[in-house]
Ligand binder design. Sequence first.
Ligand code: HEM
Ligand code: HEM
Length: 199
Amino acid sequence: MQFRNTQGGYGSVAIAFHWTMAVLIAGLFVAGKYMTGLDPMAPDTFALYQWHKSFGFLVLALAVVRLAWRFANPSPRLPDGMPTVERIAAHLGHAGLYALLLALPLSGWLMVSASPWGIPTVLFDVLPVPHLPVPGALGGKAEAEALLKELHEILGFALLALVVLHVAAALKHHFINRDTVLRRMVSTSPASAAKNRTS
Ligand code: HEM
Ligand code: HEM
């Protein structure tokens, strides 16, 4: 089993991070949109908010560990002959995705910390998480909460937009350029093949 990335592709750890987080984020996005349309006083609404917060924190934790793993591994090389503009777009796109994987849950954490209701966050009903100090520059608690809600929503849409572009790029590589870019995020074979070539 090829755990680590090589110059030719992703190892199983990076692939597992990628798809686990993609599923979690899709779920969080749908749940976030759905729960904000519910009656805030209904008991199920409260439970759904707590699940959203718990899985949101899970994404934050996974993003930190995933970034550490990324820096401890080689990054697979982009295909030879890929135009410079596309190379820059790929690097900026990935950096933007990582930035949002951190910023979106952090904005959620700040939002619940600013709430005048002071509702505690207990991850999966087990692990209590402290509230963050909310910068005074954001105004009183209610104002800060409203601003941070707005920010959380905007960052959510930014992530959605970037993921749409990201998926379009992955499909272009697979169906138009016919290279290994999509295959190497699904299987470790390209990573193993490159390793065997160099050893
Ligand atoms: C990557 C992780 C996350 C994603 C993709 C995500 C996504 C979303 C989305 C799409 C909404 C609906 C926004 C709207 O239309 O108003 C939402 C709402 C919300 N999120 Fe998140 N979220 C994440 C993490 C978190 C975290 C870590 C927390 C708190 C600790 C959190 C707390 C909330 C709350 C309280 C709302 C409801 C806001 C309101 O009542 O208007 N989220 N989230
Ligand atoms: C919420 C959804 C998603 C997020 C947040 C996300 C995020 C990322 C990130 C951060 C990377 C860079 C990995 C690295 O080199 O460290 C990446 C790579 C990649 N993603 Fe996604 N992704 C998502 C969904 C998808 C989907 C649905 C597809 C396929 C249709 C896809 C295909 C790929 C491919 C092929 C790569 C490898 C690019 C390369 O080899 O340079 N991603 N993704």
